[in-house]
Design a protein around this ligand. Sequence first.
Ligand code: IDP
Ligand code: MG
Length: 162
Amino acid sequence: NVPYQGLPGTKYERTFMMVKPDGVQRQLTGEIIKRMETKGYVLVGLKMVTPDEKLVSQHYDDLKARPFYKGLVKYMSSSGPVVAMVFQGKGVVDYGRVMIGVTDPLKSAPGTIRGDLSVDVGRNTIHGSDGTSPAQDEIALWFKPEEVADIKNCASAWIYEK
Ligand code: IDP
Ligand code: MG
């Protein structure tokens, strides 16, 4: 069995991703999941949550000193639900960030989630963990162990050579 926070550096690496309130309201959840799944990554955790300020503050703890922090926490905790997800696969943390694009959607390349689906930095549709250590922390913050599935992807032998 895979530890529920994943095994960084293996095909059982896991990352935390979250469709932000704007993405949920704009009904982009399916589009985002589709991109990750068709790449070959496995959805192993999924829930809709309306996070309170405490949870959002913990999630964005590293940004406490930034001028946009207050607005960010307020937005994320008072604009309706988010969709919290755990994806699994080789390189999913770093390549997940490549698929998302950079923080500013207008600087994100076409083909990325933010590049294709959003315009404004404060409404950039999706969160993805920035490194394997934050990924493990964020999975633990948003999910209980029993909420993350141990899925053996039936296509694994066709996605991975070994
Ligand atoms: P990331 O989501 O690309 O990892 P971070 O620097 O971790 O970017 O910032 C977290 C979130 O805070 C961003 O996704 C964005 O929604 C918001 N944010 C970052 N920088 C700004 C800014 O300059 N103005 C407004 N919101 C920002
Ligand atoms: Mg970040």
